[in-house]
Design a protein around this ligand. Structure first.
Ligand code: AMP
Length: 279
């Protein structure tokens, strides 16, 4: 399995493997390979940009990289799992004082990008003719240097755009970290195990286990505010007339949920992290 050796995807990819329980062995300085203690997985550390190529050519069976890199490299690999981190989008941006407000306003203009393939494809799909200038890095300074009128670059928070006096005029592509596998692999059993285990950690991270107590006559009020897709567990407590409710809820909803639960009569509210979740 190929893992990003540096850059933004390195740390979160390593902690995903650690959380999955395969117990990856920390490689020494400048060591490119490592093993996992609890699973028959050999790890190869390469640049995120090179992972699609390594997988496509069968040097490794699978690897973690950015979805943008899979498309930019036009790699013939299978996306096995979206990993829920490394989220960013490929956006077109112009300097603050530019008159453009949408991507179609870039017709006939010069655009610097480190993602020329995706950029060319999306512009062609939208019928926009523009001149693409391919640059390897520091795309955001191109307008200031007079190299281009606009840029097409990866954005996550937007702070790099703002720092460089740029303003987004639209999104071309949404990306996140993905697990990719070799096409036509025959080792489907190992692949299924890996996607189930990594998937269980990703699902778990997006949820919290919620426990609370409520008087039985207010149970329906509490159940009505729970944003749970499955059926909550309701159990009698030793105190007559009071029940405990247990439910799995999306982590993103916790912030707004707690006050609503209190208003619905819930007390002793606890939320716990979930380690694994296989639906
Ligand atoms: P690296 O260049 O090794 O740091 O990794 C770049 C990859 O991280 C990209 O191909 C994206 O998939 C992902 N990524 C996430 N957020 C950003 C961002 N704001 N800028 C660039 N890459 C990002």
């Amino acid at each position: 399995m190929a893992l990003p050796s540096k850059g933004r995807l390195r740390e979160p990819s390593w902690s995903l493997l650690e959380a999955s329980g395969v117990d990856p062995q920390e490689p020494g300085e400048r060591v490119l390979q490592a093993h996992c203690r609890n699973a028959e997985i050999d790890l190869l550390f390469v640049r995120a940009d090179d992972v699609p190529e390594y997988v496509q050519d069968g040097v490794v069976d699978c690897g973690i990289t950015g979805l943008d890199l899979v498309f930019e490299r036009d790699s013939d690999v299978e996306v096995l799992l979206r990993l829920g981190y490394g989220s960013c989008s490929l956006q077109a941006a112009v300097s603050m004082e530019d008159s453009a407000t949408e991507i179609s306003d870039l017709e006939g203009r010069r655009i610097a990008t480190s993602h020329p393939r995706i950029a060319a494809q999306v512009l062609a799909e939208r019928g926009i003719k523009a001149e693409l200038v391919s640059v390897a890095g520091s795309v955001e300074i191109s307008p200031r240097l007079g190299l281009a009128d606009a840029i097409i670059d990866l954005v996550s928070t937007g702070s790099t755009l703002r720092t460089n006096g740029l303003r987004s005029v639209g999104v071309l592509f949404e990306s996140e970290a993905v697990l990719v596998g070799r096409k036509g692999s025959t080792d489907l059993e190992a692949r299924k195990t890996l996607t189930t285990v990594l998937g269980s950690v990703i699902n778990a991270r997006a949820n919290r286990y919620l426990l609370c107590n409520v008087a039985r006559e207010r149970l329906d009020d509490v159940l009505a505010v729970l944003p749970t897709s499955g059926s909550p567990t309701v159990m009698d407590l030793a105190t007559p007339g009071v029940v405990a409710v247990h439910a799995l809820v999306p982590a993103a909803d916790i912030w707004s949920l707690l006050p609503r639960l209190e208003r619905s009569g819930a007390s002793s509210i606890l939320t716990l992290p979930v380690e694994r979740m296989v639906p």
